[in-house]
Ligand binder design. Structure first.
Ligand code: UDP
Length: 346
């Protein structure tokens, strides 16, 4: 297939592109590099730089024989969304609808979307199933849900075959690509930065939740397993009636913030000092997925999503890229491996 991966230079997008190229697909990456990295685009994929709000550009790219779209471009930080909801509605909703319109006008009707567990808000039960109530408690989740609504109506009106994948907490790395955000706010990479001595301690946002150790519980999923989910979902859009299908992708195992910190101590063999502070706005206490539907209908198996494996892979990537992707560019890292720098130069 010829695929357009919108947001394909970001953490989730770039690892998926790796998998799609390996599986033999022709991939065009479309990314404005706001939070993505040029160096993360594997050889074999073509990078086109542009905004998701640029409908003319999307139309031009889609009309060049694209069979299906993977849409990963989004603003994705809960805290930032609480402070600046307009940005989230502009990029995640208006940008997404621009993409849908470009698809409609070019007759491309197969779409897989990176959605989020944040659409559920505070779940009434765990593990959460796809049909459970969706009541987001932050603009990030609200915009993800709003775009799912747009996909559903486009599917009905314009014969789209669309799949929305609701991810839980993505972690880990491949050998080539890993998590490099600036600023970094996610738990696992932050914990590893502390292990590496970049920060003095981890701040634990709240230890008065109604959970066994008082800290939030999340369902972590290896980015490799997510990439596999994308591939299976893209293939699944090739058959069936026009529809929007929704699947949770999680590991079905929840770990608390404190458990992640402890596992990071074991995996890295380093000290990881942690201090509890007050809760962060917008955080539900527990998010754990039931992924039975994805396993049953897509044949998805999250084979890499143990806490140790995710931390070990992310740690290995960090050690190979102590300055993130800047290490691949050679600006500042004496420990850059020459073959890695050369491999990502193009
Ligand atoms: N968290 C924390 N300290 C940090 C970063 C995150 O205690 O430095 C907590 C956060 O409050 C949440 C969990 O870790 O309960 C996962 O947060 P993250 O930002 O990684 O992902 P989210 O669940 O917001 O998508």
């Amino acid at each position: 297939m010829k695929l357009l991966v919108v947001g394909g230079a970001g953490y989730v997008g770039s690892t998926s592109v790796e998998g799609l190229v390996e599986a033999g697909h022709e991939v065009v990456v479309y990314d404005n590099l706001t939070s993505g990295h040029r160096e993360s685009v594997v050889e074999g994929a073509r990078l086109e730089i542009g905004d998701v709000e640029d409908g003319a550009r999307l139309t031009e790219l889609l009309s060049d024989g694209v069979d299906a779209v993977l849409h990963c471009a989004a603003r994705s930080l809960v805290g930032e969304s609480m402070a600046d909801p307009g940005l989230y509605y502009r990029v995640n909703v208006a940008g997404g609808v621009t993409l849908l319109e470009a698809m409609r006008s070019t007759g491309v009707n197969r779409l897989v979307y990176s959605s989020s567990a944040a659409v559920y808000g505070e779940p009434r039960r765990v593990p959460i199933a796809e049909a459970d109530r969706t009541e987001p408690i932050n603009p990030y989740g609200a915009t993800k849900l709003a775009f799912e609504g747009a996909m559903r109506w486009f599917a009905a009106a314009h014969d789209f075959r669309a799949i929305s994948l609701r991810y839980f907490n993505v972690a880990g790395a491949t050998e080539r690509n890993g998590e490099d955000h600036d600023p970094e706010t996610h738990l696992m990479p932050t914990v590893l930065r502390v292990a590496a001595g970049e920060h003095t301690h981890v701040q634990i946002f709240g230890q008065d939740y109604s959970t066994p150790d008082g800290t939030c519980i999340r369902d972590f999923i290896h980015v490799r397993d997510l990439a596999e989910g994308h591939l299976l979902a893209l293939e699944a859009t090739g058959e069936g009636d026009p529809s929007l299908e929704v699947y949770n992708l999680g590991s079905a195992a929840g770990f608390s913030v404190r458990e992640v910190v402890e596992a990071a101590r074991r995996v890295t063999g380093r000290a990881v000092p942690a201090r509890a502070i007050k809760r962060r706005l917008g955080d539900p206490p527990v998010l754990v997925a039931s992924s039975r539907r994805a396993r049953r209908e897509l044949g998805w198996q999250p084979a890499h999503s143990t806490l140790e494996r995710m931390l070990a892979d992310a740690w290995a990537w960090r050690e190979a890229h102590p300055h993130g992707y800047a290490s691949s560019r050679g600006d500042g890292a004496e420990s850059v491996q020459p073959e890695r720098a050369a491999a990502s130069a193009g």
